[in-house]
Structure formats: structure tokens, C-alpha cells
Design a protein around this ligand. Structure first.
Ligand code: ATP
Ligand code: ATP
Ligand code: MG
Ligand code: MG
Lengths: 227, 227
């Protein structure tokens, strides 16, 4: 479902240019569960943003569901982003003036769902991440781990076929982390494709394949065989 | 150096009140190295903000360096915050329009240090967290783990006697995490008091005492004896 070839991403600042992705090639099939690991600054979030159609590559090819992403107009990309991909951001990106409930419901507005149904689905997802009692809190009235869980709930409301989660358990204690990993596991069992960035080996071990990035290139890709 | 007694913190929202800290009592001596752990939402950041003089308790007593914090005027608190306490925020709180270098140098402006010396110290701290080559990047041009390291460097520039670090390795890979923990360890050896919130047991194991919070109360406090 995801085919990437020779992907390059550079940034140009005043005094120097930064070569972040230096030729990435990878294929991810529908229903796969992949963990993406690598040192801080190695390009994981940059790669995730390109996969999530939030950013474009400098050069190289990205085919998503047999469509060449670099040839698609913004309106089609916006539709893909809201309906087919659920993104959990490393720094949450919640809207500060909306409550947890309204933040979670936001993607449903883009999908054209009416208010009563949006509220029902958003409440269901908040309950799934154990935050039913924080529905009316704004982001500055939530703990770090609670904000992270609101970001996770928001990514799930459209039941997207592809879930991209950038360090979704970075701010969670072990028990809450475990609960979130169970959610991803059951989504994968229902057929969703999951790509998860993590720096924790025991979180990565829940995936079926681990791809390791280093200095903007793929260092290794290994399947995990569980009993 | 830190004496807390019967500390209570409540928030009042429109529809309900939230009792976050329900009577915290603890004593931390100068030069101690304490890890603070507990579930997401248990009150760790709230307690850290009160210890760091960034927030006030609803009731209870907080004595810092033999001064009762609730009786001090804001000007004295501001001076304590900038000179005696270095705070690494869970969500970094970097200023988006300043470069990494200027973000790190900011506390030195409050301390009245001249520009040449500020730049020298800020560069030294950025090099300490391995980000010398990212000095001119703004926060949106940094990775999550790089932003976290800029926040750590900023907390160290005034060589504060007390370092409060809220999940400082949450976005870091194992190797970078290890380097940051070595920095805290050597600071503690030089006499700095360190309070570190973490949800990772192997990070907590580097401290000399682990305090566990649950539902706004201290559940346990245990000394760690290393060989
Ligand atoms: N301004 C506020 N108004 C209302 N409730 C708040 C406010 N700030 C925090 N809270 C609530 O206080 C509780 C404790 O928050 P705190 O940030 O201290 O938790 P934490 O232990 O740091 O959690 P985490 O590990 O997720 O970072 C949470 O349940 C949160 O929803
Ligand atoms: N807008 C930008 N301009 C310049 N450089 C950038 C920009 N965004 C990111 N970078 C650089 O690109 C590199 C990769 O960033 P990225 O966020 O992808 O890393 P990462 O692997 O997700 O790291 P982390 O584990 O710390 O989150 C970093 O070295 C960063 O400084
Ligand atoms: Mg990242
Ligand atoms: Mg916190």
C-alpha cells in the first residue's frame, strides 16, 4: 500500500543546507504493523510526515494505494489525510482553544459527520483511551500523557486504514503505555496498517517488523516472529 | 533544602473541580538525586511546577532554602526561578521565533550576563547535549528529541543549584538518553540537587531515591543503594 523509492528530503537554511533523508526505499503492505526506530534527528518524523502526505519530498517517488502522491492536487491530498490516514503527532498538535472532546471530533467535521454522531464517536474514542472524565478540559488543563492520549483518540475517529503514530507512548507510564499498545494491536488485527515511531525496544517488539533509520538512510529492516 | 507539608492543589472548571494534589509531604536535602514516578495524570508535573515556583499551591506549606515560598513577593520568586532553579519542561516550552542558541541563552539575559559571555556559555551547553550544529535552527526546524535537548541545555546555563527535569528523556533514543543521564549524574556529583520525573524504570534507577505518586498522594519513597 506504501511504496517509496529514492526518497530525498533537504532543508535549506540561511547558512547551510540539511540533508535529512538521503535516499529512502521501502514497501509496506496493507495490514502490516511496522515499528520505525533510530537516533534522535535521524529523520523518522520527517519520513512519517511525507508518508502522511503532510510534507513533500525534495525528490524520489511515493506511491500510496497505487497513486503517485507527488502528482495529486491538494484537494485530493486533504481528503486522503482526513479519511485514509490517522496521524498521532510527536508533539500532539492539539488546538489550544478547543476542549479534548472538540479536538478529538475535529477530523469528523472534515468527513462531513453531523454533530450528534461526532459527539458520540469522540466520546467513544476518549473512553477508549481512558479520558472520558477529561472531555471538557482544554490542552493546558491536561497532563502531558493525557494530551498524548487525546492526540491518539483524534487519530482514530475516522477509522483510517493507515495509522501513523510518532512516539505515541513517549509521555506515558508503563501501564497506560500497555493499554495504548493493546489498542494498536487490536486495530492491526482488524486490518489497519500501522506505522509506529518509538525509541523503546519493548514497544517496538509489539510490531511485526522493525525498520531502523540512521543518518537519513534505512540501516536495517527485520521481521519479528512471535510465537 | 525543599520541605513540603500538607500540599494541596485544586483546579476549578465550570462543571467540576479537580483535586490534583491531596496532601503532599516530603523533604529533599541539598545534593539529593530524586526520581519522581507515577501514572499519567497523577500530579507529577503539577508538583514540579509548585516546587519550581511556577505555580502556587491551593494550601499547605512549601519551604525552599528556609524561605516560605507562599510569603515571597513575585520579584523574589522571579529571581529564584532564574538563578536557583533550572527547569526542563515536559513539553519543552521553547520560544518559536528564537534559534536554539537564543533559546538556551535566554536565562542568562535575566541573570544580567553580557552578550559575548551569553553566547559562549550557550554554545558550551549546546555542545554538551551534542547540538552544536543545530545552534541556528528554530524549534520548528528541530526534531522532537533535539527540542528536548535544547530545553535541557537551557535549564543548565545558570548552573542552578536545583535542577527540575520533567520527563527529560521522553523523546530520546537509548544512546542519547544515556548521554543525558550522564550529564545529570555528573551535575549531581558536583553538588546540584536533581529532581527528575520519568516513567522509565531504568532512568529512575540512576537516581538515589524514587518517590512514587498515585492519585495526588505519595505512595512510597525508597532509597536506592548502588554498589
Ligand atoms: N489547569 C488545569 N485545570 C484542570 N485540571 C488540570 C489542570 N492542569 C492539570 N490538570 C489535571 O491535573 C491532573 C494532574 O496533571 P499533571 O500534569 O500533574 O499530571 P502528570 O502526573 O504530570 O501526568 P503525565 O505523566 O501524563 O505528564 C491531571 O488529571 C490533569 O487533567
Ligand atoms: N524545517 C527544518 N529545517 C531544517 N532542518 C530541519 C527541519 N526539520 C527538521 N530538520 C532536521 O532534520 C533532522 C531530522 O528531523 P526529524 O524530526 O525527522 O528527526 P527524528 O528522527 O524524528 O528525531 P527525534 O527522535 O528526535 O524525534 C534533524 O536533524 C532536524 O534538525
Ligand atoms: Mg521525531
Ligand atoms: Mg506530566
Amino acid at each position: 500500500v506504501i511504496k517509496i523509492n529514492g526518497l530525498i528530503k533537504d532543508y535549506y537554511l540561511d547558512k547551510h543546507s540539511v540533508h535529512v533523508l538521503k535516499g529512502i526505499g521501502l514497501t509496506i503492505h496493507s495490514g502490516e504493523y511496522v515499528a520505525l526506530m533510530g537516533p534522535s534527528g535521524s529523520g523518522k518524523s520527517t519520513l512519517m510526515n511525507i508518508i502522511g502526505c503532510l510534507d513533500s519530498a525534495t525528490s524520489g517517488e511515493y506511491i500510496l494505494n497505487q497513486q503517485n502522491i507527488s502528482t495529486l492536487p491538494e484537494s485530493v491530498l486533504a481528503s486522503i489525510r482526513s479519511k485514509e490516514i490517522g496521524f498521532v503527532f510527536q508533539q500532539f498538535n492539539l488546538l489550544p482553544r478547543l476542549t479534548a472532546l472538540d479536538n478529538v471530533a475535529l477530523p469528523l467535521i472534515y468527513a462531513g459527520v453531523d454533530k450528534k454522531e461526532r459527539t458520540r464517536i469522540a466520546k467513544e474514542k476518549l473512553a477508549l483511551v481512558e479520558l472520558a472524565d477529561r472531555a471538557d478540559h482544554k490542552p493546558n488543563e491536561l497532563s502531558g500523557g493525557q494530551s498524548q492520549r487525546v492526540a491518539i483518540a483524534r487519530a482514530l475517529v475516522n477509522n483510517p486504514s493507515i495509522i501513523l503514530a510518532d512516539e505515541p507512548t513517549g509521555n506515558l507510564d508503563t501501564k497506560t503505555s500497555y493499554e495504548i499498545m493493546n489498542i494498536f494491536e487490536s486495530l492491526n488485527k482488524s486490518g489497519n496498517t500501522i506505522i509506529l515511531v518509538t525509541h523503546e525496544e519493548d514497544v517496538a517488539a509489539k510490531a511485526k517488523r522493525i525498520i531502523r533509520l540512521r543518518d537519513g538512510v534505512i540501516e536495517s529492516s527485520e521481521d519479528i516472529h512471535k510465537r
